[in-house]
Ligand binder design. Sequence first.
Ligand code: ASP
Length: 469
Amino acid sequence: MKLELHWQILIGLILGVIFGSVFPTTYKITDKTITQLQQQKLPPELIQTINSEKKEFEETETKFLKRIKPILGPEYYHRYNQTILKQARYNAYLPYVSWMGDLFMRALKMIIVPLILTSIISGVANIGDADNLGRLGIKTMFYYLITSTLAILVGLVFVNLIKPGVGTEIGFMSPSEDIDFGSLSFSDTLMNIVPTNIFKSFAEGHMLSIIFFSIFFGFFITKVADKYRLFLLNFFNSAFEVMMKLTNFIIRFTPLGLFGIVAVVVAETPDLASLAKSLGKYMLTVLISLTFHSVITLPLIVKIGFKGNPWLHFKAMRSALLTAFSTSSSSATLSLTMSSVNQNSGVSNKISSFTLPLGATINMDGTALYELVAVFFIAQAYGIELTVVETIIVVATALLASIGAAGIPMAGLIMMTIILTAVGLPLEGVALILPVDRLLDMFRTSVNVWSDSCGAVVIAKSEGETLKI
Ligand code: ASP
């Protein structure tokens, strides 16, 4: 008997956790560390000091930091400890398995652009007329906005009930210099949806512009003479079929890929016990809110609003959700989301090809909720009480930030600066939550993908499709 894919994935995940725990990452200053620090232009005298600290042995994070603290002096330590820590990571065993994860991620990324292109073009061209397309578009956007707003409100309730930030020590925070906040404003992002050079967008993976172009291309296929229309329709339908076959082939390697990815994540996770002590309440608030939204809000919409069976749908989505969890990327998971929604839940390609790529890019319930909780946590930690108007601004900008966040790991953290700026909270606050962001990213990404998939089901049901769930 062949073990089902999600069980294989689960075994891969467990083995990854075991591997990562048995071979945790340690710290050691090597020649490579010094070269990297030189490239990052740390002060030369500091590099010299660090260089004289090269040791043969490896240490745990706590021991390493304790040793370098007096050597660097308080000011340098405060500024550069995270940078040095990053470059001093040392794990002799991890490379034996990390390549599996890297290779798998490369393969997933390889198929994103052609998959989106062919699926949207064939989907839209098959939808046909503008009325149908407009109706689907409006419904989809409506679902995305409503569910993201509901998610934010769930977060708002829990963060005000639990108040995780009150009494948090801001002294332990590390500087946020390592984070690249990017410079694109929200209006730039909107403008960039229309590409000047579509090939550049393909090459650089600008999802929204690719989606924009594909929708129009698909739509205008329906407007040309039959001779051309049939040829193009056939061509893109066939290309999409091939992409789905290729996707299914890559998906077979998911257990191995996720084993490699999870081993790295676990090996590189800093001491969980100490994080739990300082940020436990915050993590708990995020997790409770995410659970509420995905176990109560979304299933209720599917069940009561549209007579679907959320439990069956969840079972259909298991592999995709586990992949979202391990990769922390809705975009990388898109191929699995599409095949699960199509093949397991029975949503037609016409609907899934339109709703899912769009969802992976702009519908992020988990991220929206997380943004709100994090911003309130930061405000509470700094002892700042947000007024009603400021709360409304946070809710609105959290929604925008989640729409603008890319479906890649830790994108939500970067977008948070938009919200902090909007209500005048200190940007350094981001450093407070940085240590647990990667971990929480796994959960919020799963919720993002779960909401996308429920969206596809809801839209399909509303269009009268008979599904398997
Ligand atoms: N990692 C998330 C995603 O891909 C985005 C985020 O950072 O919140 O869906």
